[in-house]
Design a protein around this ligand. Structure first.
Ligand code: ZN
Length: 242
């Protein structure tokens, strides 16, 4: 675990979220925060593992708020947390909680510490809102990864063939993009997602709907496999972009 290393000594206050939290020593915690302007960074919360600490509940994953930090010559400390949203309702459902934590892990894995990604913060927040509201977790994960990839310019186009540029209603989706049936011919289909028209339409819908329409769209559990496979592909693309 690398203590934060780039920011100069001093006090900081910024909005963000706890992505991860680990007990450190007998009573403390180390938290991985994702902050506006600073990006992801580790910080120590002294005493937070003790039940009576006022920082104990607010240093858990999925807590959003304003974090007051102090950077000493050796490490970053959390001094105060002004909670804006604790996603209490989301924590009470196993499936929703598990996916929200997966989204946090994606951010931890595919981001460089102390590199701001201010456009990703609202995307993460609204994905958690969608989960909390009951939108299908796998569709939410795919939308989150795809839109993140779009911010970075690495997500594939879902409406055009990457080879011939023509509109594609079906095709093979790989890290290199979508390949239409005409360009692909009868070649081997390993290492990508072979998508029929209806499946491609569902993926498009999941990423193109407005946030409001997405949260009310019904995605069936029979579509979970499609979204899981598409998310795995997006995760590989994001991994390659770090
Ligand atoms: Zn083509």
């Amino acid at each position: 675990m690398d203590p934060s290393s780039f920011l100069p000594q001093g006090h900081y206050r910024q909005m963000g979220v706890v992505l991860n939290s680990r007990v450190s020593g007998e009573r403390g915690k180390n938290v991985f925060l994702f902050l506006r302007e600073y990006g992801p960074l580790w910080a120590t919360v002294p005493g937070a593992a003790a039940g009576k600490s006022r920082l104990s509940g607010v240093s858990e994953p999925l807590v959003w708020g304003y974090f007051t930090l102090y950077r000493s010559p050796r490490r970053m400390y959390v001094k105060e947390v002004e909670v804006q949203e604790d996603f209490w309702a989301l924590r009470r459902s196993g499936a929703k909680l598990s996916m929200a934590l997966s989204l946090c892990r994606h951010v931890s894995r595919f981001s460089l510490p102390e590199h701001p990604q201010d456009e990703l913060l609202p995307l993460l927040y609204w994905s958690m809102k969608a989960l909390e509201g009951g939108t299908d977790p796998h569709a939410t994960e795919f939308r989150f990864l795809f839109r993140w990839g779009s911010l970075l310019g690495v997500s594939p186009q879902l409406d055009r063939c990457a080879s011939c540029g023509k509109r594609a209603e079906e095709g093979l989706l790989t890290a290199e993009g979508l390949t239409c049936a005409a360009c692909f011919g009868n070649g081997p289909r390993q290492g990508g997602l072979s998508l029929e028209e209806m499946e491609l339409n569902r993926l498009r819908k999941a990423v193109m709907l407005s946030g409001k329409d997405f949260r009310t769209e019904l995605f069936g559990t029979d579509e979970d496999r499609l979204f899981r496979r598409a998310s795995a592909l997006l995760a590989r693309i994001l991994e390659g972009s770090v």
